[in-house]
Design a protein around this ligand. Sequence first.
Ligand code: B12
Length: 130
Amino acid sequence: MKVTFINPPQIDSKYKFMGVIAPPLGLAYMASVLEENDIEVNIIDASALEMTWEDLEDQLLQYEPQVVAITALTPTIKKALETARLAKRTCPEALIVMGGYHPTFNFQEVLKEEYVDVVIRGEGEYTLWS
Ligand code: B12
């Protein structure tokens, strides 16, 4: 089983403006729990890497994950949903999972999107693994 975690591209966000490129610790925590249980993972921090949609698509085509796990805050939800749509188109067999602050509180709205299969609310480490 291969899982790809994605911090969506945020080309126009304050993330860059603030001058801070902080690794997405939540994604790293979840990846470490899966790795400890022999699940292959990679993390794409598309924001820090200033990736375009084409770059992201290339990475997904190359890695061929069975699960794509996308994080979202309220200010990043639009890009996160675009990421989910791209992931579903690029890897149609993959399960598209969303989590983080925005999907946790607005799960009903997020689940209306046909390209989002699952929302995990709250801390994702053990829910994702089980
Ligand atoms: C530290 C922090 C930052 C750091 C991030 C450091 C880092 N390395 O990740 C910095 C300073 C960079 C930052 C920036 C911003 N932040 Co901030 N930040 C916080 C803070 C204080 C803690 C977040 C944290 O580290 N939590 C611990 C980690 C381990 O948890 P996590 O990343 O959330 O992930 C866990 C769960 O959410 C879940 N999860 C997350 N993603 C996913 C994905 C899947 C698929 C699954 C299954 C689960 C899952 O599982 C993870 C593991 O348990 C919170 C407030 C708070 N006290 O919670 C605000 C907070 C998250 N930030 C917020 C905001 C708005 C921002 C900015 C947009 C600010 C801005 N205007 O630029 C930027 C966005 C940056 C970006 N693109 O991600 C808001 C979000 C509100 C909302 N409704 O979405 C919060 C809640 C503050 C607030 N009260 O307003 N932030």
